[in-house]
Design a protein around this ligand. Sequence first.
Ligand SMILES: [Zn+2]
Length: 210
Amino acid sequence: MTIKTFTFNPFMENTYVAYDETKECVIIDPGCVTETEQKTLQQFISDNKLTVRHLINTHLHLDHSFGNLFVEKAYGILAKAHNADAFLLQQISAQAEAFGMHYDERPELRSFLTEKDTVKFGNVTLTVIHVPGHSPGSLCFYDAASATLFAGDVLFQGSIGRTDLPKGNYEQLIDGIGKKLFVLPDDTTVYCGHGPTTTIGYEKVYNPYL
Ligand SMILES: [Zn+2]
């Protein structure tokens, strides 16, 4: 599996495109908000002749879902995320205004993912792991074959997701990371929603929250 990282929008959010030799791909958390960012994503997909199979969100905070409508329209697919985060979409327009950004259309979540679901593209199978606490519907996507985890805002290098946002829960987050992520192999590469990549083994030793 090949992974391309883009860092988009004022929140410096990581958007990932993952693909394999079949040229099928998934887009994870399209945070592209400006036309330039949207074109950058689209250009990468066309330059690499990728076929977009899925649009998946680790969670639905605005910085991770700004580009959902754009991707849905551009590639004729529906965003998939956990139903417990659907309420966040109702607040996106108001939140965007609060940050001085405009977002006219209110997207709706019509396609859902939950614990142990799988997302397939090419020869890759991502397994869905539900780790609530940063948001109630926070998901991680795990590929055992390449020892890769897309962690969204659940786990960062040396940190964890904030839990002071609507329906956040600190104990739930710590518990979920311990029971569902720290059981993965130590050499699992973790692609975070913000900042650099890390590994499960590194976080077990050095993460001060865990
Ligand atoms: Zn978030």
